[in-house]
Design a binder for this molecule. Structure first.
Ligand SMILES: [Zn+2]
Length: 337
């Protein structure tokens, strides 16, 4: 099969298209024909060696496709041709967290496209238990936007206890998780203030559900929208270093700060007196559980999901997609094998 191979860590040019033997589905596994896969910031960190992997490696945590063949000992629940979406968390299945359906808290949690080869390929062998049937209301591209970004966003909103009527700040609003947070927060009836440094994304962010779109870092409205209240109930962040002190300074007493990524830098300073005197909560979030993704697919049946898709690329253009991830954009990058 053709696949995007990473033979050594490096820049976008390290991604090259090559031929590898077709994956053979093991016991309990399905082989999928990948129809769409999306690019995540995590892919960049694996590509550049921040997260080392054995080489050659195939990236890709988000996979939507069709069942192409069945390995031994599969249940028959997914006949050949079934459209499926893959939950990307690789968990042990045996620990208390896994038994409670909280796979994201499994101490052995790994990710598709990191601990095993992922979806930047024509075919993917994957455990049947990670596959969820894809409702006809979702295209392969919309589906491929969900597993990492939407599952993480849903998990963040739940972990931060975000409720209707609350005011929230979303940093990194134009990224995959950012747009998913705004979309999902709207469903909860929150007042969402989206933060971005890109003026071109103001209108689409408003349409997606942001009450106001704010400039980074001064947090003033871009377009005459309502100003940020002096203090908010929660801040949701995928940016890290540059957003962290700003986010904490705008939280009300007892406010919650949830973080799922650190695209601007991983180390940040904070006056700890602020954290305890204002009784703030700092909540780390990583992916989410299979049940979160199942909930999202159920809502998709009712037209309740609006994944924002930035651009589609052929598999051979993976290097270009990685390069453009650093340019202004809104939503997810998709690769088509
Ligand atoms: Zn486990």
């Amino acid at each position: 099969m053709r696949a995007v191979l990473l033979n050594a860590p490096g820049g976008p040019e390290a991604l090259t298209v090559g031929e590898v033997p077709d994956p053979v589905p093991g016991p309990g596994e399905l082989r999928l024909r990948v129809r769409s896969t999306s690019v995540n910031r995590l892919d960049v960190w694996i590509r550049n060696g921040t997260y080392p992997v054995p080489y050659p490696h195939i990236l890709g945590a988000d996979v939507a496709g069709e069942v192409e063949s069945l390995g031994p000992d599969t249940t028959g629940r997914f006949p050949v041709g079934t459209r499926v979406l893959v939950y990307p968390g690789l968990s042990c299945g045996e620990c208390p967290a896994c038994r409670m359906g909280r796979e994201s808290f499994c101490e052995k949690l790994g990710l598709l496209g990191r601990q095993r080869w992922g979806g930047y390929a024509e075919l993917l062998a994957v455990p049947e238990e990670l596959c969820l049937p894809l409702p006809k209301e979702l295209s392969f591209d919309e589906a491929a936007a969900l597993p990492v970004a939407y599952t993480t966003a849903e998990h963040m909103l739940s972990r931060a206890g975000v409720r209707g009527g609350e005011a929230i700040l979303v940093f990194g609003a134009t990224g995959g998780v950012g747009t998913a947070l705004i979309d999902r927060a709207r469903r909860r009836g929150t007042r969402t203030f989206a933060v971005t440094s890109q003026s071109s994304t103001v209108s689409p962010l408003r349409r997606l559900g942001a009450e106001s779109v704010l400039r980074f870092p001064d947090l003033t409205p871009w377009d005459g929208g309502p100003p940020l209240p002096p203090l908010v109930d929660a801040a949701l962040d995928s940016v890290g270093r540059s957003a962290f002190p700003l986010a904490l300074s705008r939280l009300r007493k007892g406010g919650r700060y949830a973080i799922c990524g650190a695209s601007s830098g991983a180390e940040a300073g904070v006056d700890l007196r602020l954290v305890y005197s204002r009784q703030l909560e700092v909540i780390g979030c990583f992916l989410g559980d299979r049940s979160d993704l199942r909930t999202l697919l159920e809502e998709a049946r009712h037209g309740e999901l609006h994944p924002v898709l930035h651009a589609r690329y052929a598999l051979a253009e993976a290097a270009r997609a990685h390069r453009e991830l650093d340019a202004p954009h809104l939503g997810k990058f998709l690769l088509h094998p």
